[in-house]
Ligand binder design. Structure first.
Ligand SMILES: [Cu+2]
Length: 284
């Protein structure tokens, strides 16, 4: 096959390389330096020791901080909800904060609570992949009387462990909820029972206490209202009572992320743009 290149023509002077060996050497050196700089910059800014197993195929939001010491767990914490985990789509007009009626068992008010991933409409034309108690966001309203004995049978259908904390209520330590502090987290598919006597009265709430920045941010919270035995004496006469629960959602390119403060170049640009485009507010 020799001599068949270029249609069989003999090489001419015009085809001979005109670069010197010095020039080849310089280009080689520059390329090696650029390669070394590329590896060094990447290694200095992200955690290259993480494997796919560490982060479990997590999808990250734009602008997420990537530091060399970023642990895989924190990336999972901030990652998008896996669309494949959705087990129920709530009707467009479904509402959260529905009062959960207990069943009585030997003088104890028993409330079943189930966590799962649902598709939930936050506006008629905007839906999110939410973490929910009893398929609603906010979770069902718990409404009891001061002095009641209550039992919550919590079954976890999330793809990750969870727990519940009874915010502001003084309960026995092992019923308080912080994962890996006062209890072993409730693994996917497991059930855990909380039981205590409600000694205070007022407006409280319950929420997840395992990766709470993720799980609360995705919808795992609800109101816990305790009527005072002496409410008639302490409250002024009123016709209506409102309970307000606020939540922020982060949806990017169709994926739902727990809304939490993020840093990084993208967020800085976003904030600068916001500042530059903000209209002066009229005082009212
Ligand atoms: Cu709390």
């Amino acid at each position: 096959m020799t001599g068949r290149r270029n249609g069989g023509a003999e090489p001419t002077d015009a085809m001979k390389p005109t670069v010197t060996s010095w020039e080849v050497g310089a280009m080689t050196l520059l390329s090696l330096l650029a390669f070394a700089a590329g590896v060094w910059i990447a290694a200095a800014n992200v955690n290259l020791s993480l494997s796919a197993k560490n982060v479990g195929g997590s999808i990250m939001a734009r602008g997420m901080v990537m530091r060399p010491d970023q642990p895989g767990a924190s990336m999972k914490d901030m990652s998008a909800v896996a669309a494949s985990a959705v087990t129920y789509t709530a009707p467009v007009d479904a509402r959260g904060d529905r009062e959960l009626k207990p069943r009585m068992e030997n003088g104890v008010k028993v409330f079943p609570l189930e966590t799962s991933v649902i598709r939930w409409h936050i506006l008629p034309n905007v839906s999110v992949e939410a973490y929910a108690y009893n398929q609603q966001v906010p979770g069902p309203r718990i409404h009891v009387m001061q002095g009641d004995r209550v039992r919550f049978v919590v079954t976890n259908h999330l793809p990750e462990p969870t727990t519940i904390h009874w915010h502001g209520l003084i309960v026995p330590n092992n019923m308080d909820g912080p994962a890996d502090i006062t209890q072993r987290p409730i693994a996917p598919g497991e059930t855990f029972t909380y039981e205590f006597t409600v000694r205070q009265s007022g407006t409280y709430f319950y929420h997840s206490h395992d990766e709470p920045d993720r799980q609360q941010g995705l919808g795992l919270y609800g109101a816990f209202i305790v009527d005072s035995k002496g409410s008639a004496r302490h409250l002024p006469p009123h016709d209506l009572e409102y309970t307000v629960q606020l939540q922020e959602w982060l949806v990017e390119e169709g994926r739902t992320y727990p809304a939490m403060i993020m840093d990084g170049p993208y967020q800085i640009i976003l904030r600068l743009t916001e500042r530059l485009t903000r209209q002066p507010r009229r005082s009212t």
